[in-house]
Design a protein around this ligand. Structure first.
Ligand code: ZN
Length: 231
């Protein structure tokens, strides 16, 4: 790894395993993940200046502005730089405006933060089959994820019962096929815009095939990232 902190953005549809891959990086590589959702909640709870503005936007039914999210992320990155080898950004950048703002911030840091874009490749059909086979534990404190897909390593031991807490498994409304196809339409448009921005801004976009078991995905990811670092 380089002397500064490396930043990664995983671009992939719902069901492409962004969360699972991030967890492996945290557990095995000592990386950290920035979740903008969690960071927003922390600012609100701590009643910081940013937190008050976010709280106000949410309470008045507005979207939290790109500039507010960006300044929150930048402040966090400043505080983490050099403390961790790498950070995976989760839920950011959500828009091209946020991507542009991050790009400007990185340029102002004189290469102390290096950003790599990893595009997770999976077909729409595979996303639909993965997500429509996905069930989660109904116990709110658990929410373990299972799959009833043939050959999956996540099949529960007892049919439709959580291995960990014995609560019944449920399917989220979001994971019904029609809902998945709708999410994919929105996602594909969003992905297209972000990738176009990153290509035009001369960032390296690395591609990772995720249509295989998670352990294989992780091995390929580590190789890919090494190649990225050497460049
Ligand atoms: Zn459970």
């Amino acid at each position: 790894l380089s002397s500064g902190t490396d930043l990664f953005i995983l671009i992939g549809p719902p069901g492409s395993g962004k969360g699972s891959l991030s967890e492996l990086c945290i557990r095995n590589l000592g990386w950290t993940q920035l979740s903008t959702g969690n960071l927003c909640r922390k600012h609100i709870a701590d009643q910081t200046e940013i937190g008050k503005q976010i709280d106000f936007a949410i309470k008045s039914g507005k979207l939290v502005s790109d500039s507010l999210v960006t300044s929150m992320v930048e402040e966090w990155l400043q505080s983490q730089m050099g403390k961790v080898p790498a950070v995976i950004l989760d839920g950011f950048p959500r828009t091209v405006a946020q991507a542009k703002a991050l790009d400007e911030f990185l340029k102002s840091r004189n290469q102390t933060l290096k950003l790599s874009i990893i595009r997770l490749l999976i077909s729409d059909e595979n996303v639909v089959s993965r997500l429509s086979n996905r069930y989660i534990c109904s116990y709110i404190e658990c929410q373990a994820i299972y799959s009833i897909g043939v050959g999956s390593t996540l099949v529960p031991k007892k049919s439709m019962i959580c291995d960990i807490c014995n609560y019944v498994l449920i399917r989220r409304k979001d994971d019904e096929e029609s809902a998945i196809r709708e999410r994919l339409l929105i996602y594909n448009k969003h992905q297209h815009d972000l990738l176009n921005f990153y290509k035009s801004a001369q960032y390296q976009v690395l591609e990772l095939n995720v249509e295989k078991p998670l352990s294989d995905v992780f091995e390929s990811f580590k190789k890919l990232v090494d190649i990225g670092f050497k460049k």
